[in-house]
Ligand binder design. Sequence first.
Ligand SMILES: Cc1ncc(COP(=O)(O)O)c(C=O)c1O
Length: 458
Amino acid sequence: MPDTSPIGNYRNDTLVLGFSDLDRLRHERPLVIAGGKGVFVTDERGRDYIEAVSSFYCVALGYSDEELVEAAIKQMRALPMYPSGAHRTVPVVLDLADRLAAIAPIKDARVAFATTGSEANDGLIKFMWYGNGHSGANARRKIISRRGSYHGGTALTTGLGGSAALQESFGIPTADHVYVSQPNWPDAAEPGESEAEYTARLAGELRAAILAAGPETIGAMIAEPVSVSAGMLPPPKGYFAAIASVLEEFGIRLFADEVVTGFGRTGNMWGSETFGIAPDCITSAKGLSSAYQPISAILMSPEFHERMLAGSKADGWLAHAGTYHAHPVAAAVALKTLEIFEKRDVLGHVRGVIPAWHRALDGLADHPLVAGVRKCGLAGAVQLRRPGAAAKAGSGMKLGGLGRAGYEAGIEQGVLVRPVGDSLVMAPPLIIRESEIAELVHRLRRALDDVLAGLAPA
Ligand SMILES: Cc1ncc(COP(=O)(O)O)c(C=O)c1O
């Protein structure tokens, strides 16, 4: 057991922590991280851990990057805060918008900022309703999403994804949502079904869902290029092309949630490039500022923006803003992050270490607890299963027993992973070196050994 005895004068149960067991917090101190350097973080007792998930898939450039720190300090000194809204903004925000538009996989993209990934998705849907409302398409309110996906924690975005664990207990309204399956090749294929047949089945399911909900009531489908919350399940070949052609048939937009996959995670700047997706709009956050500051962005096609313009002309303004949207310090850090991506050739580094990362994950496949390994760019997952147990279909945010055990054992062994069902998801900082990959996998293997040793006989 980790030492969870109190340090200092804290009470353990004052803080209400999300994605945590509130009752456990009353008697057990949470893991308290006090510092970090590169791919390592250090807890309040000085123990180090490899952050195999870049915190919440976000600290792309690792911890304590001096240039990012300096960028924040410089902006703090120049102008620590000025809101962007009401026909006012600041220089770094204008620069950042241009810079993002230049690298976006959407031609002539327009850019709006928010604070978090959830807010970006929430805002995008609001913008869609706005644009539709001003272009004779008011009825197109519904959004299609894939079960097990995660698009945020606001009341609207929690409704996306269709995960019972996140929605039912909160009574989240789901009337505007249409759900389809999360692709999971080959595990969710029927016996004897080929990859092409599986893809066609998913496209058929989407078509049927659209017809059942009423095509003229649906505005968009939102999807991550690959969903970490569903356990890093890879789409089958041709999936996005098949989905796009169904959506096009009914005039439904495709929104790519690149909150996790944006900024290098899949080996390209955008997951949309990796998976051949041509989205109408993109949301991004996390890696945009290496998560040193909270900032997110909505990238829109000119046609989408035209409809918003129509709304603004009718109303006299776009009645939407937020105090911290495009906060200048966050924008300065994001601008510096994009500069670092270029000058340090972060993408080149990611592409260089991906083979070692994939080999390292494959090396875990012989462990008796590992039922399978999934890899995508500089991310991946190991699927756990009790030796001798039958495969279990499905995944989701809810913790499985083995996932939780693997996560806890990882803490003991100094590696922080993300449990999703019975799998352990990883997405280390993009700056990870081959020697650190080897150390990460070494610690994870020891954690799996501990879980195996602790299993009660079946
Ligand atoms: C794919 C995806 N979209 C949106 C979000 C929400 O982002 P945030 O936590 O910044 O609100 C997350 C968070 O992990 C995510 O993984």
